[in-house]
Design a protein around this ligand. Structure first.
Ligand code: 5GP
Ligand code: ZN
Length: 111
């Protein structure tokens, strides 16, 4: 928990969010400004800035992030795209690592 991090506050439930799924190590919420008909993101409950801070101790949680994508895609019966922005240059705005899950529209084959 980092006191100035909005995603830590969402994880602690001291800020509201629309929760889609929750496990011991991950919270999935709806993005406040969706870029696709389905736009969730997966938050590791542990505060790390971006994926460059992952350590081998996080390997289970990191695998669980990918497994969560499969679970939700199965539930929503949809194809999907995962996006992770790591660092300001890459478009990251909130510096608590998160995995975007985008679905529900035809996506172009580019970035
Ligand atoms: P980034 O650009 O850092 O990968 O993505 C940050 C995402 O967080 C954006 O898609 C933005 O819409 C979303 N976001 C920012 N503040 C909040 C918030 O308070 N609640 C929710 N649910 N999403 C937020
Ligand atoms: Zn945080």
């Amino acid at each position: 928990m980092t006191s100035h991090c909005i995603f830590c506050k969402i994880i602690q439930k001291s800020l509201p969010s629309q929760i889609v799924a929750e496990t011991d190590d991950i919270l999935v919420i709806k993005d406040i400004s969706p870029k696709a008909p389905i736009h969730y993101f997966f938050l590791p409950k542990k505060h790390i800035k971006d994926l460059r801070e992952l350590t081998p101790d996080d390997s289970k949680m990191a695998a669980n992030l990918l497994l969560m994508a499969g679970i939700l895609a199965e539930k929503e019966n949809t194809a999907f795209r995962l996006v992770v922005n790591n660092g300001e240059e890459a478009g990251q705005v909130v510096f608590h690592a998160h995995v975007h899950f985008l679905a529900g529209k035809k996506m172009k084959h580019d970035f």
